[in-house]
Ligand binder design. Sequence first.
Ligand SMILES: *Cc1c(COP(=O)(O)O)cnc(C)c1O
Length: 422
Amino acid sequence: MSFYDHIQDEDPEIFAALIGEDARQAEGLELIPSENYVSRAVKEAMASSLTNKYAEGYPGKRYYGGQEFTDAVETLAIERAKKLFGAAYANVQPLGGANANIAMYFALLQPGDTVLGMDLSHGGHLTHGHPVTYLTKVFNFIRYKMKDVETGEIDYDDMLRVAKEAKPKIILAGFSAYPRELDYAKFVAIAREVDAVAVMDIAHIAGLIAGKAAKNPFDYGFDIMTTTTHKTLRGPRGGMILTRESEEIAKKIDKAVFPGFQGGPHMHQIAAKAISFREALHPSFATYAKQIILNTKAMEGVFKAQGARMITGGSDNHLILLDAWTSFGISGGEAEKLLDCAGITLNKNAIADDTRKPMDPSGIRFGTPAMTTRGLREVESAQVAEIMVGVLTKRDDASIEHAKAEVKKLALSHPIPESFVG
Ligand SMILES: *Cc1c(COP(=O)(O)O)cnc(C)c1O
């Protein structure tokens, strides 16, 4: 009996794609730092009959009847999220990380208001004001950058100067391609000085924070955290907004999520979020979060020994941004393709002050959350980095074939787990 009995009988084309993807995930090594593997329990909730139910509104205040079980599910998700991150309020309805950020902006801003966020080429996310997003038609996004790309230090003096001048309503921290911890106290001090709300988008490092392997921005006075639930946090695809203490802000956020931007919440997804939060509250999750960082350090060691150039010189978290152009004389796109042929999945990425074009930038970005879930530790992580170096330096068919066999062996000897709390 497979997970897909009925699909196999009724829709062979989709069945073929599903088992193809299952095999791809089982046999390759996933190094995209925003990806992970969920438990079987999370998958079961995603496949539950809660997908049939409309539950517009919030627990106890819905627009439809029949909410006995949806209220129980959403309340559990909220309570677990609050406990996990030390928040007074949680909205678990955002469908993804982008949706969470959009709702957060509209909750706090009027059209034309200013947001001071991380420069996108220095690690910020599309939803932090990239010109391709419609957000930039409504709000004014201005930037801070790293002072020194080799150490990753943010230019906090310039940030304060810009903030005093531009009077942003939001000081936004957070990133999708930055390998260091931020100085949260400085962000909050600047926000207080210019009377802005301090928001941290923890999408990439939520699991590290939940597992106490990284600092919690709430401990430094951040007002709001937005996040995804499917990256290091290892839950279903989705988003969430956490408020540290202000009921006034939390109310605005609830209104912005529904009815402001979304319709009915995806209750099957919220049940899956609740399950993943329970998993993250289990002591084994702290061990997982610590191991993610140990594994990154093991990979960093190999690239350092090679003399490869890593942006900010290395990593304190789950991801590494490597300058493939300077280190190996090939573009990020070429590096991505070569490694893909060997069964290692990662993505090309622009690096700070990139001299190459966005479609084929200089860098590659990779990380350890998914392979750590499979049980790889420091020794195997270093081995993966060695395999990468082999492919990127030799680049011939024989080396790629050899790497592919090694990757498959590593992957098959570390099957994707079904449970994290058993
Ligand atoms: C991934 C990410 C998002 C967007 O999440 P989606 O679920 O893809 O919409 C937002 N912010 C940051 C910092 C991210 O890394």
